[in-house]
Unconditional design. Structure first.
Length: 99
């Protein structure tokens, strides 16, 4: 009987260790993903967007711009020359009413 109890305890300990390892791996993967996203955003802010998949021009509050379809950064757009110009920037959140 004592042998069976020891075997049962050993199996419980091994399954606990396995569960802990799985949780640790998931947490580590999530931390890595968050850090990679933060690093990517930092590099985009420092260097701007080099991607060329831009939206159509939008005009809002006197500013005309296009938005990168990949990273979401914006660039100013000149309606007279029909050219995108300037550095990439993140748009400030807009507070609009639903009325």
């Amino acid at each position: 009987m004592a042998q069976d109890e020891q075997t049962g305890r050993l199996e419980i300990m091994q399954s606990s260790i396995t569960i802990n390892e799985q949780v640790f791996r998931r947490q580590q993967a999530e931390r890595t993903r968050v850090l990679n996203n933060a690093a990517q955003r930092l590099v985009q802010r420092l260097l701007g967007c080099w991607q060329h998949d831009l939206s159509r021009p939008f005009t809002h509050q006197g500013r005309t711009y296009r938005v990168c379809m990949n990273c979401g950064l914006s660039r100013d757009f000149n309606l007279q020359t029909w050219e995108t110009h300037g550095a990439s920037y993140a748009l400030a959140p807009s507070h609009t009413s639903s009325n």
